[in-house]
Design a protein around this ligand. Sequence first.
Ligand code: CMP
Length: 137
Amino acid sequence: MEYTLCIIKPDAISKGFTGKIIDECLKAGFTIHGIRKVGLTRDQARSFYKVHEHKPFFEPLIAFMTSGPSVALVLKKENAIEDFRALMGETDARKAQKGTLRQKYGEDNRKNAVHGSDSPENAKKEIAFFFANIDLI
Ligand code: CMP
C-alpha cells in the first residue's frame, strides 16, 4: 500500500466541492487514512511550497493558499501517488483531461482545486507536514 498527501484547496472549499471531491476519491478506490481542516498561515504556505519560491507565481500562490481554509488528507491505495495524480489531472484546470478533479472543480493554473504529492519522497515529507504523528501502517 502507498500513501499520498492531498490538499483540497481554498477555491474548492469555498465553492462547496469538499464532499464531492472526497466522494470521488473513495469511488476511485482510495481510503482516507487521515483528514484535517487547516487554515494555512503565510509561513506554513511558504514552507510547504518552498520549492517554488523563485517562480513568478509564488507570491500569488501563497496569497491564494492563505485566502481560506483547506482540507488535508492522507490517501491510501496501491500506487496511490501516481493514481491520485491521474485522478487530479493537469495543473492547469483549463487543460486538464475531461472527468479529472481539476477539470471538474478547478478554474485555472492557480485555482486548481486539489494538490497531490508528486513522488514517494515528497509524499512522506508532505504527510509529515500536516500529520506530525500519523502511523503509516
Ligand atoms: P500544486 O499541485 O499545489 O503545486 C504548485 C501550485 O502552484 C500548483 O498546484 C498551482 O496551484 C500553482 N501553479 C503552478 N503553476 C502555476 C502557474 N504557471 N501560474 C500560477 N499558479 C501556478
